[in-house]
Design a protein around this ligand. Structure first.
Ligand code: CU
Length: 353
């Protein structure tokens, strides 16, 4: 392959990888909580304790319909519970912020479920969770756009309201975008489920019944096997019906963070401060950053390694954002695409973030 065609091939690959994403953080009543970052925490020897579930979606990819009957669909591939949780009052709203920007090509619904943990969510068996749908937005005929487009237009974020009559307790929030750009073909839809541990407070008594994650969808559901390339699609949002009283979505707006908090541990405390000298990169977003006026619970900081390369490449191979750019034995590109830089996560892995 010539150098030119090799470059074209690598750029094409970069474009594909950039078409995916994850929930970078959430904001609850002005408080910013870092989420699990599959692109950095997985490789870190000392990742922070976060509210989000750990998973093996290092490619920022998806779960395919042929796996909708497997546990991978519950809280993404290989999902295991987040080590902490955030607290939210029933009736309050949570802003869920994706990164990088959700691609315009990936049209589809945005769906949110809750499941009671009946104990600490940090040690829950995901197979035991029973999910009920608190919102599910598909194609908005009036606005003429998909929920995923509304999400992108809303600063790449989605606002969800916890039912005001929900019984207090520990719940997992399963937030999901389903990308439909390939859904006209069998096994062509893409599910991006993201799970977050919440402790809900309040005086309600409602615990809606739900279904197992592996029973949410099948590959042949009308909302999974669906051709989106028609005018004003009449799209059936897949999965169980909304719980009584729930709206397909609430009016969307962006949330502003005025403080940052770390995850609360199952027993109620905060994680011990990180005192190691290990480099832990906790923020990769270029569109939004933790506020600098922080509460005392902020425990991690963004440490940019001294070996970071920020100069834009002037030639030679370029790695795309979230791709590998260094580490022991690495012979691939060491320059990073514009907007990202090469950060050393450990001796074996450096990454464009
Ligand atoms: Cu994609």
């Amino acid at each position: 392959m010539s150098k030119v065609s090799a470059l074209i091939a690598s750029l094409a690959g970069a474009a594909f990888v950039a078409g995916h994403g994850f929930v970078h953080h959430v904001i609850i009543n002005g408080v910013y909580y870092e989420n699990y970052n599959p692109a950095t925490h997985w490789y870190s020897p000392n990742p922070p304790t976060v509210i989000g579930w750990r998973a093996t979606n290092q490619d920022l990819g998806f779960v395919e319909p042929n796996n909708f009957g497997t546990s991978d669909v519950i809280c993404h591939r290989g999902g295991t519970p987040g080590g902490g949780h955030a607290t939210i009052a029933a009736g309050d709203k949570i802003s869920i912020v994706w990164d990088p920007e959700w691609p315009t090509s990936h049209m589809g619904p945005v769906i949110d479920y809750l499941a009671a943990c009946n104990g600490p969510c940090e040690s829950v068996n995901k197979e035991s969770l029973r999910w009920f749908k608190i919102s599910g937005a598909g194609y908005d005929q009036q606005a003429g756009r998909w929920a995923a487009d509304a999400l992108r237009a809303n600063g790449n974020s989605w606002l969800v309201q916890i039912p005001s009559d929900l019984k207090a307790g520990n719940y997992v929030l399963r937030h999901e975008i389903i990308a439909l750009h390939g859904a006209g073909s069998p096994n062509g839809a893409q599910s991006y489920p993201q799970c977050i541990n919440l402790r809900v407070t309040g005086s309600g008594s409602n615990v809606p019944s739900g279904v197992a994650g592996t029973s949410l969808y099948t590959a042949s559901d009308p909302g999974i096997l669906f051709n989106p390339y028609v005018p004003s699609p009449n799209y059936p949002v897949p999965g169980p019906a909304l719980i009584p009283g729930a709206a397909s979505s609430i009016p969307q707006s962006k949330s502003t963070a005025t403080a940052t908090a770390s995850a609360t541990l199952p027993g109620g405390g905060n994680p011990a401060p990180t005192t190691t000298s290990t480099v832990v990169v906790t923020s990769v977003s270029t569109t939004s950053r933790p506020p600098t006026s922080t509460s005392t619970t902020l425990r991690t900081s963004t440490v940019v390694p001294s070996s970071t390369t920020t100069a834009p490449p002037t030639g030679g191979p370029v790695q795309s954002r979230y791709g590998q750019c260094g580490g022991s034995g690495w012979s691939g590109p060491t320059a990073c695409a514009a907007g990202s830089s090469c950060s050393v996560l450990n001796a074996w892995y450096a990454q464009c973030i």
